[in-house]
Design a binder for this molecule. Structure first.
Ligand code: TXA
Ligand code: MG
Length: 347
C-alpha cells in the first residue's frame, strides 16, 4: 500500500495544486481531472516515475502513454515534424480533447512510448490540469486513471475506487465534461489516420484538413492476429464486471427484444441502460437513462459512470440500447461495443 494524498481542488489558485506539482517533480504519480476523463500523471522524462503508472494500473508494457503539455510552445519542444495540417489542427482544437501523434524528436523516457518511434501528445483544456502541468514545469505522461480494462474514470470518486493506496496523490475535482477519451489522430500517416474516435469528430477534422483515413480495426472485434495502430485499442476495455449486451435496431423491436431477454435471463439481475426515449418502458426495472438519444454529448458524458454504477448495483447483465453513429455517436458506440466485447443483438 502507498500512502495516497486526496486533494479536493476546484480553483486554479488553490495552494494544494503546488503540492501536487511538487509530487510530480519528485517522481511521484498524481491523478488529475481533465475535460475528457481523469488521468494518472508522472514525469515523462523519468523512467522510474513512468514505471509506477504501469504498476498502479496493471497496464501492459506494450501500451504507450499520451504526453500532456500546458501549451503549444511546450508541445513544440517535444516534436519538430509539425506539418501544415498539424498546425491547423493545433490552431483549431488545442487545448482540447484531441491527441496528435508525431515522430519522436526529443527523447522522453522509453517506457512512455513502449519503444515506438512516435509520440502521442495532447494539451488538455481543463484549467486544473493545465495549471498542474505548468506548475510542474514538466511534460506529463498520463493514461486514464483507471485500473486497466475498467471504464475510464469521469469522477474523482471513480479514481479513488480504483487507485487509492496505489498512487501518491489523487486530485478530486469536477466531473469530466466530455466523458470519453480524446480523439487520436496519427499525423505521421498520409493522409492522417483516426486511431480513436472522440469529441472532436471526423467531420470537424476533415473540415479543417481535408480527407483522413480511419484505422480499419476501429469497429472490429480484435483478435490475436490483428494489430491496430494504437496498441491500447486491442485490449478488452471499458468493461464493468457485468456482461454487457447491445440491442441494436428499430425502436419498437428493441423494446420487444429487451422484454424478451429479461424473461430469458429471469434468474439473473438485469440492468437496462438506455435513452430517455426508451426508459419509460422499463421503469419497474433496474435502469439508468443516459439522456435523450438526440443529445449524444449527454450520452457520452454519462456512459462510463453508468457502467460503473451497474457494478455497484451488483447487476449480472446490462442490456444496452445502441445509438446513432453520427458525430459523437461514433465515439459512444466505439466504447460501448468494446464494453460489450462486440456482443450485439441486431433486431
Ligand atoms: O483523453 C485522453 O486521451 C485521456 C486523458 C487522461 O488525457 N488519456 C487516455 O490515455 O485515454 P490512455 O492511455 O487510456 O489511452 C491512450 C491510447 C492508447 O490506446 C494507446 O495505445 C494510444 O493512445 N497511443 C499512445 N501513444 C501512441 C502512439 N505513439 N502510437 C499509437 N497509439 C498510441
Ligand atoms: Mg485508458
Amino acid at each position: 500500500m502507498i500512502k495516497t494524498k486526496v486533494l479536493k481542488i476546484n480553483d486554479i489558485d488553490d495552494v494544494n495544486l503546488i503540492e501536487a506539482a511538487e509530487i510530480l517533480k519528485k517522481g511521484g504519480v498524481v491523478a488529475f481531472p481533465t475535460e475528457t476523463v481523469y488521468g494518472l500523471g508522472a514525469n515523462a522524462m523519468d523512467e522510474k516515475a513512468i514505471e509506477k503508472i504501469f504498476i498502479a494500473k496493471g497496464r501492459p508494457a506494450d501500451n504507450p502513454l499520451i504526453v500532456h503539455v500546458a501549451s503549444v510552445e511546450d508541445l513544440k519542444k517535444l516534436v519538430s515534424d509539425i506539418n501544415e495540417k498539424s498546425e491547423k489542427l493545433i490552431k483549431n482544437f488545442c487545448p482540447g480533447p484531441l491527441t496528435l501523434i508525431f515522430n519522436i524528436d526529443k527523447k522522453v523516457a522509453k517506457n512512455v512510448t513502449s519503444g515506438l518511434n512516435t509520440l502521442a501528445i495532447r494539451i488538455p483544456d481543463n484549467p486544473i490540469a493545465r495549471k498542474l502541468i505548468a506548475l510542474s514545469g514538466l511534460p506529463i505522461a498520463a493514461p486514464s486513471a483507471n485500473i486497466s480494462g475498467k471504464p475510464s474514470p469521469t469522477e474523482g470518486e471513480h479514481v479513488i475506487d480504483d487507485l487509492y493506496g496505489k498512487v501518491d496523490c489523487i486530485i478530486v475535482s469536477e466531473q469530466s465534461k466530455v466523458g470519453l477519451e480524446s480523439t487520436i489522430i496519427d499525423m505521421t500517416s498520409k493522409p492522417p489516420m483516426l486511431l480513436r474516435p472522440g469529441k472532436i469528430t471526423i467531420e470537424e477534422i476533415e473540415n479543417i484538413i481535408g480527407i483522413i483515413q480511419v484505422d480499419k480495426f476501429l469497429e472490429k472485434k480484435i483478435d490475436e492476429e490483428i494489430k491496430p495502430k494504437a496498441p491500447g485499442m486491442k485490449y478488452k476495455h471499458y468493461s464493468p464486471e457485468a456482461e454487457v449486451i447491445i440491442i441494436s435496431g428499430e425502436y419498437e423491436k428493441k423494446i420487444e427484444k429487451i422484454k424478451e431477454l429479461k424473461k430469458l435471463y429471469s434468474d439473473k439481475k438485469i440492468g437496462i441502460m438506455c435513452s430517455d426515449e426508451l426508459v419509460k418502458f422499463f421503469l419497474d426495472d433496474i435502469y439508468i437513462s443516459l439522456g435523450s438519444k438526440e443529445n449524444l454529448d449527454d450520452i457520452a458524458t454519462k456512459l462510463f459512470a453508468s457502467l460503473r454504477k451497474f457494478d455497484d448495483l451488483g447487476v449480472d447483465i446490462v442490456l444496452a440500447e445502441d445509438y446513432d453513429t453520427k458525430g459523437m455517436g461514433k465515439a459512444v458506440m466505439n466504447r460501448l461495443n468494446k464494453a460489450a466485447g462486440f456482443n450485439i443483438i441486431n433486431v
